[in-house]
Design a binder for this molecule. Structure first.
Ligand SMILES: [Zn+2]
Ligand SMILES: [Zn+2]
Length: 244
């Protein structure tokens, strides 16, 4: 693959065979990152964004290798495009939502009606409205439990069940590169812990667990990457703000 940016979709090279796809039509707080990890035998796609623009048209090279896609959780900004991938994994607690991605379950409503500015521009130019947006079903083809390893050929990604932002939320970790993908559990912005399915106690416990990992690089679900020291600071700040 080569870096790409057409003003709608951007593909960035993050080194070590790791890439990020961003949907530029969404503002960063509502733009679920699509992380790609290349192994020798196959390619892992962590999350699938809104999916309003077909990736196969913009990034055909993404599909030139076998892909396993995994949903970190089932909010609209992470699973809208999951139907584009044939092999789809998720934690069992959120598998029913992939099969039936309703507007409330995926939190399209009320979120996008309260924050219509989340969509910076309409990529298809068809007059996007949250109420008319129905995410195509993408039933899981496999389930992942806590501690399960996804083998990509020469590299292994561990799935961690980390509830708190949502019941079946997964983080991903690669020990050899000391890389953590915390998705929506921690990033450089307000962590959403008061939405349906969220639980502050679980979130604090999941944060504690992330701090036991040896982490050099953090590639989050929103906003810019950061390092292991910043991870600790962000988690400390959150805990302090919640009086825990
Ligand atoms: Zn998100
Ligand atoms: Zn989320």
């Amino acid at each position: 693959m080569k870096p790409y940016d057409d003003g709608v979709i951007r593909l960035e090279d993050h080194g070590d065979g790791i890439w990020r796809i961003e949907e530029l039509f969404a503002i960063p707080s509502a733009r679920g990152a699509i992380w790609v990890v290349d192994g020798r035998d196959r390619r892992l796609v962590i999350d699938a964004g809104w999916g309003l623009v077909p990736l196969r048209e913009r990034l055909p090279a993404l599909f030139d290798r076998p892909i396993v896609a995994v949903a970190s959780h089932t909010h609209f900004d992470h699973i809208g495009g999951l139907h584009q991938f044939a092999e789809r994994l998720v934690h069992p607690l959120e598998a029913p939502i992939l099969a039936e991605p309703g507007q409330e379950a995926t939190q399209i409503l009320p979120y996008l009606e309260e924050y219509p500015e989340s969509l910076a521009f309409d990529p298809a130019g068809k007059g996007f409205t949250a109420r008319d947006w129905h995410i195509p079903p993408a039933p899981a083809t496999g389930l992942v439990e806590d501690g399960q390893v996804i083998e990509l050929g020469g590299r292994q990604i561990v799935c961690l069940h980390t509830p708190g932002h949502s019941p079946g939320h997964l983080c991903f970790y690669e020990e050899t590169t000391r890389t953590l993908f915390p998705v929506d559990l921690v990033y450089k912005g307000e962590i959403l812990d008061d939405i349906p399915g969220a639980d502050i106690g679980d979130l604090l416990e999941s944060h504690r667990r992330l701090l036991t990992l040896d982490v050099e690089r953090v590639l989050p679900g929103h906003f810019a990457p950061f390092d292991g020291r910043r991870l600790r600071e962000l988690i400390d700040t959150y805990r302090h703000n919640r009086g825990a």
